[in-house]
Structure formats: structure tokens, C-alpha cells
Design a protein around this ligand. Structure first.
Ligand SMILES: Cc1cc2nc3c(=O)[nH]c(=O)nc-3n(C[C@H](O)[C@H](O)[C@H](O)COP(=O)(O)OP(=O)(O)OC[C@H]3O[C@@H](n4cnc5c(N)ncnc54)[C@H](O)[C@@H]3O)c2cc1C
Length: 413
């Protein structure tokens, strides 16, 4: 069977996984003139198992990349307020303008991910959906030199690159094939069940915290609100309306009342839980970004923000290497920065998601979380402008007409 090869067999970077982490990294690398191949086994624009509240750092990234207007143009409502409810307190927090961000947003993944992919295409990346990567190629010294896999119609696929980036999510094949060790593993795994309500009265993000009964509201596109309940896996079970309604009744009578008058979804989606991990995220010829290298429980709603943050940090490292920096130094610095910005959040998330707190303790844990997030935003906001690749190293651009292959939905009408 002939091996399916992409138009350009030798890339500067092959990125596996075309969502938040991968598409953003591809965009930044291609924008700097690197030859980039972005592959995903899924379909362009498909939904995925994830709610999608962005925190300030994530919005800041979209804004500095010029994508926030597109998120807004897609009808994503601005979030100007977050309301926290505990056993005996309701704490409204106004989203104050800072670092050029005056509202938060929670675009559906069917909105966010295609905007990132389209930006990668516009920057010159070659993007292929329907390709499942199964293994890594290596040279005689063990350095990764490319990927192998299969196209959706069963043909073998191979692409070579100076660096392979695993942006392939929690169960990353790239991480597994690169033997990326787990450097930290959490001990908590909450489950989440969620769905989209219409006509729900809400004025922003809502987060309700009671022991083993957390819930919330995330306003999103099409006038809908994502409503979720998070608790221990045994409480959530297979998920659905019954456990969600029960947990919301326990965690906020106010939300339960409003939910009763809104239009419920036909079906809910359920994540059965997985402990957080931080993996070693680089080695000779490979790197990890997003959930592939660093995952934490969704209850603190920070995975997307961190994926967009780390796309920036990794892209800077790879661009430095293309510009002559030592690969080990540049990638080690990437992971060091990522870990420094993540460790506190990782630990706090593990405690919060494990429901190892009392009603009296949760406000202080959330204040600590907020302080960690503020540090992250400051670090992001003070990054110098993205370094351009020096002209003598800038490779020729690819032809624009074959860059996004497969699975663009045909225009209707
Ligand atoms: C229930 C739930 C709720 C969440 N809620 C929030 C929230 O409110 N806010 C927030 O910030 N974060 C949230 N998160 C976390 C967030 O979803 C992740 O952090 C984010 O999706 C990470 O993006 P990523 O690009 O690293 O990986 P993913 O979004 O998982 O994308 C990985 C991609 O890799 C592709 N892929 C995988 N393996 C292969 C392969 N072998 N070959 C080719 N392609 C491959 C997949 O098809 C997929 O498209 C939530 C997560 C869950 C599970």
C-alpha cells in the first residue's frame, strides 16, 4: 500500500492535535515563517468533551493574537461578573478591565477551535484532519525525526520534522511513544456532567461550592448557558439530569429555581474523572503542550487558558531553536517556565477537585487560586513581543491552496 505523504515531506514542526494547544502553537510557528504540519485524527469544527470557560490569561492570549474579535463576532457573550456561592455566602466579583481584557468569554469548542485552526492555515501551516498518529520515527541516536500513522481511509501516513509536538490531549500518543515520564500525578479525580440550557436567567459565570457538590453556569454562544455539576465519580455515576439536578439543589437553591424555568438539553455529557498529571514535556526532537503534558481537573476551569499560555511559551522555544539556540536549553526553559506558572494551580486544583475541604475552607482556597491566576496573567502580559525568526533562517512559504485538507463542512444553501 503506498504511504500517503504530505506535500512537503520535511517540516520544521509536525504538531499532533489541532485544538487549543496544537492549533495555537501551529499558528505561532507558521506566523514566524516555520514550515508546519498540523494533524488531527478528528474532524474540523467537531465538538469535544469539555466545558469552555476562559480565564483572563486565555482571553489575553486570544486578544494579542487578534482572534478575540472573531470570538465576539461569533456571538460569544462577554462575561463581566462571576458569582461565587458557598454554604452561607454569595460573593459577586466584577471582572475589572486589566491587561487589555475587559471581559471574559466562554466560546463553545465548535467556535474556538476552528478559529485557531483557521489562523494556523492563514499563517501558512499545512493542516490535515483525519490522520491518526500511532508512532514516532527516530534516528540512530534516538532523537525523534517524525511521525507515522494512518489516514482515515486506512492508508499509512508518514511525515518528517525537526521537532514533533504532542498536542494530542490527556491520553497523548506522542507522550506515550516518547516515554515522557510523569513528574507529578494528582490524587483527585472529580467527575463532571454538563449540558446546554436555553432561556436561563444568568448574568455571568456562576460557581457554587459545597462538599462533594459543586456546580456552575457558563454563558456561551446561541443564547445558551452551559450548566455543570461536579462531584466524586461515585456521585455523578453515568451522569445526566438526575445527578445534576440533585447536586445543583444542594449547592445553590437559587440556581435550582432558575433552572426549573429554563429549557433543558435533550442530552448531557459526562466526564468520569482523571487525576491531574505533569509530564516531562520535552526530549530530543519532541515536546508536549496542552493536556498532553499538563492536565488538571476541569473544576478550576483552567485547562484551555493554560493550553493557550503554553502554546506561546513552547512556540517561543521552538522559534529560538530555529534561530540557532540550543534545543535542550530552549525546551528545558519552556518546561521550567510552564511548571513555575502551573505548580500552585495544580496543587490547589487537586485539593479543590478532591473535595478535601470544608465549607469554612473553600473561600480561602479560591482566593489562593485567584492569586495564582493573577501571577500567571502578569507573567503573560509582560512577555516581550513575539520574536520574529531572523530573515536568513526564514524558510520559503508553502503554496496556500492545499493547506487545510478534509472535513471543512460544505456551505449550506
Ligand atoms: C469535562 C471537562 C470540562 C472542562 N472545562 C473546562 C473549562 O471550562 N475551561 C477550561 O479552560 N478548560 C476546561 N477543560 C479542560 C480543557 O478541555 C483542556 O484543557 C483542553 O481541551 C486542552 O486542549 P488540548 O489542545 O491540549 O487538547 P484537546 O482539546 O484534548 O485536543 C487534542 C486533540 O488531539 C487529537 N488527537 C489525539 N490523539 C491523536 C492522535 N494519535 N493522532 C492525531 N490526533 C490526535 C484529538 O482528536 C483532539 O482533537 C475541561 C475538560 C473537561 C474534560
Amino acid at each position: 500500500m503506498p504511504v500517503h505523504r504530505p506535500a512537503d515531506p520535511r517540516y520544521d514542526a509536525v504538531i499532533v492535535g489541532a485544538r487549543a494547544a496544537g492549533a495555537a502553537t501551529a499558528h505561532l510557528l507558521a506566523r514566524s515563517g516555520l514550515r508546519v504540519l498540523l494533524v488531527d485524527r478528528g474532524r474540523y469544527g467537531a465538538d469535544t468533551l469539555s466545558t469552555h470557560a476562559l480565564m483572563r490569561g486565555g482571553v489575553l492570549q486570544l486578544s494579542r493574537w487578534g482572534m478575540l474579535e472573531k470570538i465576539i463576532a461569533a456571538g460569544t457573550p462577554p462575561v463581566h461578573r462571576a458569582t461565587f456561592r458557598y454554604a452561607d455566602a454569595v460573593v459577586p466579583v466584577t471582572v475589572k478591565p486589566s491587561y487589555g481584557v475587559d471581559a471574559l468569554y466562554a466560546p463553545r469548542r465548535t467556535v474556538l477551535d476552528p478559529i485557531l485552526v483557521d489562523a494556523a492555515v492563514a499563517s501558512g501551516a499545512d493542516v490535515r484532519f483525519g490522520i491518526a498518529v500511532a508512532d514516532l520515527d527516530r534516528d540512530r541516536r534516538g532523537a525523534v525525526t517524525g511521525v507515522t500513522g494512518r489516514t482515515r481511509d486506512g492508508r499509512p501516513f508518514r511525515a518528517r520534522a525537526r521537532i514533533v509536538v504532542g498536542a494530542d490531549g490527556i491520553r497523548s500518543t506522542v507522550a506515550e511513544r516518547a516515554d515522557a515520564p510523569f513528574e507529578r500525578v494528582g490524587i483527585s479525580a472529580a467527575a463532571v456532567t454538563y449540558g446546554y440550557w436555553s432561556g436561563l436567567q444568568t448574568d455571568g459565570y456562576e460557581w457554587n461550592f459545597r462538599p462533594d457538590a459543586a456546580s456552575g453556569v457558563i454563558p456561551t454562544n446561541n443564547g445558551q448557558a452551559c450548566v455543570f455539576a461536579s462531584a466524586s465519580p461515585q456521585r455523578i455515576g453515568r451522569g445526566g439530569l438526575a445527578p445534576l439536578t440533585q447536586i445543583i439543589a444542594e449547592s445553590s437553591a437559587d440556581l435550582a429555581g432558575r433552572l426549573a424555568t429554563a429549557v433543558p438539553p435533550r442530552a448531557l455529557r459526562t466526564f468520569t474523572g482523571q487525576p491531574g498529571h505533569m509530564r516531562r514535556s520535552w526530549g530530543p526532537g519532541w515536546a508536549l503542550v496542552g493536556d498532553a503534558g499538563y492536565f488538571k481537573d476541569p473544576l478550576t476551569a483552567h485547562g484551555l487558558t493554560d493550553a493557550l499560555r503554553d502554546a506561546e511559551l513552547l512556540a517561543r522555544g521552538i522559534i529560538a531553536v530555529a534561530d540557532g539556540a540550543d534545543e535542550r536549553d530552549a525546551l528545558a526553559r519552556y518546561q521550567m517556565t510552564r511548571d513555575a506558572l502551573s505548580s500552585e494551580l495544580f496543587d490547589l486544583t487537586d485539593v479543590i477537585a478532591g473535595h478535601r475541604w470544608t465549607d469554612a475552607e473553600i473561600p480561602s482556597l479560591l482566593l489562593q487560586l485567584n492569586a495564582a491566576m493573577t501571577g500567571e496573567v502578569q507573567a503573560l502580559a509582560t512577555l516581550p513581543p513575539h520574536p520574529p525568526l531572523s530573515d536568513q533562517r526564514r524558510p520559503a512559504r508553502q503554496s496556500p491552496d492545499t493547506r487545510l485538507v478534509e472535513a471543512r463542512p460544505a456551505p449550506s444553501g
